[in-house]
Design a protein around this ligand. Structure first.
Ligand SMILES: Nc1nc2c(ncn2[C@@H]2O[C@H](COP(=O)(O)OP(=O)(O)O)[C@@H](O)[C@H]2O)c(=O)[nH]1
Ligand SMILES: Nc1ncnc2c1ncn2[C@@H]1O[C@H](COP(=O)(O)OP(=O)(O)O)[C@@H](O)[C@H]1O
Length: 183
């Protein structure tokens, strides 16, 4: 029997298409389990508590950290994001695959604490296309987009740290490649 990694971490710059790819994958394969993170960021239109994120305030996030309830957490573009520990460990203990969609800092923390995890980097076809996607999404004001693009430059440079790179040219193709990695 091969010892396949059961924990897959998907990371990549803001706007590259992580949420789109994961949503596409889960529409066809609802059995793919994605961890729901906690965040101090405010919900975007259409985002639901407990589905896209657990939207919490700073005090609640402090408590999650203090109580050891987060597997990892990071500050990203002015807000905090963290992976609830218990649900992930329960799935892994049951021998089932887990997918995390987290930022570069989180991916590094997971790599250090769970070296068996497989780290997947989602890359844009080009820098200009990343700018187009992040701007075109229309969910952030210009100053937030600027901040995220500045972070994105650093994140792109970290690609060699990852086990696998997938280039998000076609959502369908990347979703299929990701599914093959998870299974
Ligand atoms: N470290 C860490 N990063 C997270 C977590 N949840 C989401 N992120 C990352 O935080 C960043 C910002 O997420 P978000 O505000 O939803 O923007 P978007 O991913 O660009 O649509 C993205 O890189 C996410 O992958 C988490 O639990 N931990
Ligand atoms: N392969 C693709 N080709 C063209 N547009 C894409 C592709 N993947 C995602 N997008 C678009 O790019 C924008 C950012 O995608 P999103 O999934 O929100 O990124 P992320 O979760 O990485 O921040 C969205 O408007 C989405 O529709």
């Amino acid at each position: 029997m091969t010892d396949r990694p059961r924990l897959t971490v998907l990371s990549g710059p803001s706007g590259v298409g992580k949420s789109t790819v994961v949503a596409h994958l889960r529409k066809a394969h609802p059995e793919v389990w994605l961890s729901v993170s906690a965040t101090t960021r405010k919900p975007r239109p259409g985002e639901r508590h407990g589905v896209h994120y657990y939207f919490v305030d700073d005090g609640e996030f402090d408590k999650l950290i203090a109580n050891g309830e987060l597997l990892e957490w990071a500050q990203f573009a002015g807000h905090r994001y963290g992976t609830p520990r218990r649900a992930v460990l329960e799935r892994l203990d049951a021998g089932k695959p887990v997918l995390l969609e987290i930022d570069l800092q989180g991916a590094r923390l997971v790599r250090d604490s769970m070296p068996e995890a497989r780290l997947v980097f989602l890359a844009p076809p080009s820098w200009d296309e990343l700018v187009r996607r992040l701007t075109g999404r229309g969910t952030e004001p210009p100053e937030v987009i600027e901040r995220r693009l500045a972070v994105a430059r650093t994140e792109l440079a970290a690609e060699p740290e990852f086990d696998v790179t997938l280039v998000n040219t076609s959502v369908e193709d990347v979703a299929a490649e990701l599914l093959a990695l998870i299974r």
